[in-house]
Ligand binder design. Structure first.
Ligand SMILES: Cc1cc2nc3c(=O)[nH]c(=O)nc-3n(C[C@H](O)[C@H](O)[C@H](O)COP(=O)(O)OP(=O)(O)OC[C@H]3O[C@@H](n4cnc5c(N)ncnc54)[C@H](O)[C@@H]3O)c2cc1C
Length: 430
C-alpha cells in the first residue's frame, strides 16, 4: 500500500548514492541507502583524485572534514616510452583546494556517515537483486527474500548497469569502446619518503598521468597519485583495445611498476592492495534514459565519467548527479507524483549543471582517443627521439635546425599529414 512506502530507496553507497541519500534525508524524506559491501567503500576503488567543487556544494559547512589524503599542488603529464619519460610538470600554489587525493574506503564511509547523520537509514551488506515493478512502474527492490517498497528508487550501483537494464532504461548493449578496465595497486611508503621523492611540502600531493608505454600502445593510460602514506598506481584501458590485442592488465601493471622512471619512486614500497574495476567512459554516447516511472539513474550507472587523458573525473559527476536525482525526488514528493513526467526534471537539472554540459562539450573525446592509436605509441616515441637528439652532444653529429631534425626523426614514423590530422581532431575534441 502506498502509505507504507518510504519516499526513496537508494541503491549503492558510492559518492552518487550517499550524496542522493544525504540530500533526501536533509529535506526530511524517508530514505534507505542500500550497500552490498560490508561497509560503504569496502568494495570501491578509484584512481584517487577528487575535484572538490561538488563536495563543497553538497556539504558547504564541513566538506573540509572529509578524510582526504593530500591537496594536489603538483600536476604531471608524462609521455612514456620503454626507456624514457618526458613530462610536463606544473607545481603551483595557485591550485588552491581544487583537488585532493583520496582513498575510497575512508571517503565513502565518511560520506555515508553524513547521510546517516542527516536521517538516512544505511543498510550495509545487503545486495539489491532486482527491482520490483508493478504495471510498468518501479515500486521498490528485492534483496534475497526481502522486498522493500518506495515511491522512488535511485540507482547508483556504479558501472554494473544491471538495474537500469532491468527497468528498460538501458536497452542497447554497451559498446566495448565505451567501457574501460581500471586496475590499481596501492603501495605503502613512509610519509617523508613520499614528500622527498615527489618534491612536496607536508600535506601536499602530486597527481601524475601517463601516456604511452604503460598501456602497451593501446588506447588508455596510467596514473599515479600520492596519498599520505601510500601511492596509488594504476592503468585504465578500453575493453575493446584489450580484447583486440589480447593483453593482460596484470602484465602491463608489472611492466609499468618496473619502468626506469617509476622504479626509483616506488622503491622499498609494500603493495597493500590490488583491485580492478570498470570505468564507463563513453559519456553521452552511452547514457541510458535517466528517469522512468519511480526510478532515476545516477553516477557511473548513468555513464557520467569524463576521461580527457590528462584529467579523469567521475566522483564529482557522481556527487552532483546524486544530488540532482534527489532534488527531482523532493519535487516529486511535494507534488505527490513520482511518474516519469515529473522525474525527468532530473535530466533538465543535469543539463543546467556541469554534468551534462561538460559531457556534451567533450563528446568527441572518446572517439578521438579510440581512433588515434598514434597518441599511445608513435608520438611518445617521436618526442623521445627528437628530445634525445636535442640533448645529445657528441661532437660528431652534423648540426641541424630543430625543424629539419624533427622531420628526420618523423621519417617512417608519422607523416606531416597524419600529424596535422591528429592535431586538428585533438584540438576539436579537447
Ligand atoms: C581505475 C579507476 C580510476 C579512477 N580515477 C578517478 C579519479 O582519479 N577521479 C575521479 O573523480 N574518478 C575516478 N574514477 C571514476 C570514479 O571512481 C567513479 O566515477 C565513481 O566511483 C562513481 O561513483 P558512483 O557512486 O556512481 O559508483 P561507485 O563508486 O561504483 O559506487 C557504487 C556502489 O554501489 C554498490 N552496489 C553495486 N551494486 C549493488 C547492488 N546490487 N546492491 C547494493 N549495492 C550495490 C557498490 O558496492 C558501490 O559501493 C576512476 C575509476 C577507476 C576504476
Amino acid at each position: 500500500m502506498a502509505e507504507e512506502r518510504m519516499h526513496a530507496i537508494v541503491v549503492g553507497a558510492g559518492p552518487a548514492g550517499s550524496a542522493a541519500a544525504l540530500t533526501l534525508a536533509r529535506a526530511g524524506l524517508e530514505v534507505v541507502l542500500i550497500e552490498r559491501g560490508a561497509a560503504p567503500g569496502a568494495k570501491n576503488m578509484t584512481g584517487g583524485r577528487l575535484y572538490t567543487h561538488a563536495l563543497k556544494r553538497l556539504l558547504p559547512d564541513n566538506w573540509a572534514e572529509a578524510p582526504m589524503e593530500r591537496r594536489v599542488t603538483r600536476e604531471l603529464v608524462t609521455f612514456l616510452t620503454e626507456e624514457s619519460a618526458i613530462s610536463l610538470d606544473l607545481k603551483s600554489t595557485r591550485m588552491g583546494d581544487n583537488s585532493y587525493t583520496v582513498l575510497r574506503s575512508r571517503l565513502d564511509a565518511w560520506l555515508a556517515e553524513q547521510a546517516e547523520a542527516a536521517g538516512a537509514m544505511v543498510a550495509s551488506g545487503v545486495k539489491v537483486d532486482a527491482l520490483l515493478v508493478e504495471d510498468g512502474r518501479v515500486v521498490g527492490v528485492r534483496c534475497g527474500e526481502d522486498e522493500m517498497y518506495a515511491h522512488a528508487v535511485i540507482v547508483a550501483e556504479g558501472a554494473n548497469c544491471l538495474l537500469p537494464r532491468q527497468a528498460g532504461l538501458r536497452t542497447r548493449e554497451i559498446d566495448p569502446h565505451h567501457i574501460a578496465t581500471g586496475v590499481k595497486t596501492t603501495i605503502e611508503l613512509p610519509r617523508q619518503v613520499i614528500e622527498d621523492r615527489f618534491n612536496l611540502n607536508p600535506g601536499e600531493g602530486a597527481a601524475q598521468l601517463f601516456v604511452g608505454s604503460p598501456s602497451g600502445g593501446l588506447p588508455g593510460g596510467g596514473f599515479l597519485y600520492t596519498n599520505q602514506e601510500s601511492v596509488s598506481l594504476g592503468l585504465v584501458m578500453t575493453v575493446a583495445g584489450m580484447q583486440k590485442h589480447q593483453v593482460r592488465p596484470a602484465d602491463l601493471m608489472e611492466a609499468f611498476r618496473a619502468h626506469p622512471a617509476l622504479e626509483p619512486l616506488l622503491a622499498g614500497g609494500k603493495v597493500a592492495e590490488y583491485s580492478a574495476h570498470l570505468v564507463p567512459e563513453g559519456g553521452v554516447h552511452m547514457m541510458p534514459q535517466l528517469a522512468g516511472d519511480g526510478i532515476l539513474i545516477a553516477g557511473d550507472a548513468a555513464g557520467f565519467v569524463l576521461n580527457l587523458g590528462f584529467v579523469i573525473r567521475g566522483m564529482d559527476f557522481a556527487i552532483a548527479s546524486g544530488m540532482h536525482a534527489a532534488e527531482a525526488v523532493i519535487e516529486a514528493a511535494a507534488k505527490g507524483d513520482y511518474s516519469a513526467k515529473t522525474l525527468t526534471g532530473y535530466e533538465q537539472r543535469l543539463r543546467d549543471s556541469f554534468v551534462l554540459k561538460e559531457l556534451a562539450f567533450y563528446q568527441r573525446v572518446p572517439g578521438f582517443i579510440e581512433n588515434t592509436p598514434r597518441m599511445f605509441g608513435t608520438y611518445p616515441a617521436l618526442i623521445e627521439s627528437i628530445l634525445t637528439r636535442m640533448f645529445t652532444v657528441d661532437g660528431t653529429t652534423e648540426p641541424a635546425h630543430l625543424a629539419s631534425m624533427a622531420l628526420t626523426e618523423m621519417n617512417g614514423k608519422a607523416s606531416l599529414m597524419q600529424l596535422a590530422g591528429d592535431a586538428w581532431r585533438g584540438v576539436r575534441a579537447l
